[in-house]
Design a protein around this ligand. Sequence first.
Ligand code: C2E
Ligand code: MG
Ligand code: MG
Ligand code: MG
Length: 289
Amino acid sequence: SAKRNNKRSFVFATEQLDQELYEKVQLKAELINALTKNEFHLVYQPKYSTNTLEMVGAEALIRWEHPELGFISPVKFIPIAESCGQIIDIDFWVIRSVIEQIAKWRVGGILSLPIAVNISMPTFIREGFVDEVESLLDVFQIAGHFLEFEVTERIAMSDQAKALEVLQRIKNLGISISIDDFGTGYSSLSYLHTMPFSKLKIDRSFVSGIDQSETKRGITGAITAMAKVLKITTIAEGVETKSEIDYLRSIGCDQIQGFLMCKPMSLSDYEEQVRSTLGTLSIKQLETI
Ligand code: C2E
Ligand code: MG
Ligand code: MG
Ligand code: MG
């Protein structure tokens, strides 16, 4: 009967909810020990010049390999880590690992292109964030321009004065700042010329299928034109087809990143890529760059 069916679908719905809730609670508990158990590692996804297709840098992306649960996507666990504050330790682990890696490349005489790290909101607004980054750069004797931070529009929506101060201090360390997932936030555009952003990443949702959508072409064209006026570099994320590159080139989008050129890859694959593209430079040469 209808009644029985309703009841059954209700039971099914709550079971599904229970399942999701259970999974969240479980992941939250597992996250607490993931760092000490060494379950995280980083992969690297290169960024390229749209015109020359030269590699211009890379983004470090975290991966979680749980011994029993297997691979857990950051899309799943980062929001959980953000909601319980765990993200601060995780982000610092990433920052430290990347700085340490840059120091290793330096010792090995391998040219290091700037590496971007994603910084979540709780980390960004944490008291002493910039001080800790500065002391890490000091400890490993690394110049800030080897590092890049990716933040979302959300940071410009909260305490603007505080955000501006933190951004300015990061910039003073030589670290450049990108706005990630641009266009998906709800912030006004006024912050763009008041805050020291050097790069704007056009969100994948506007990039994928750009050739089939006049609206998307219009939006990416307008974002790129606006960024030009503000002297901000543009990068399109999630590039998956050749025709997307052609369009992005035609509107003057500076850089591209996406599966078409390269998926996020292991450290050794990334090093190989850098080596074959740029060759091994001596530390002397490195110093002059
Ligand atoms: P994001 O920073 O916007 O990173 C881009 C995401 O899109 C990455 O997913 C990347 O693998 C994926 N991607 C790149 N090119 C393509 C493409 O051509 N097609 C498609 N379909 N996807 C592409 P990933 O690694 O799963 O990361 C998802 C999100 O998790 C990131 O989005 C970022 O917000 C967050 N995240 C990842 N690593 C970290 C981290 O170390 N710290 C923090 N706070 N967040 C992180
Ligand atoms: Mg990012
Ligand atoms: Mg992004
Ligand atoms: Mg995105």
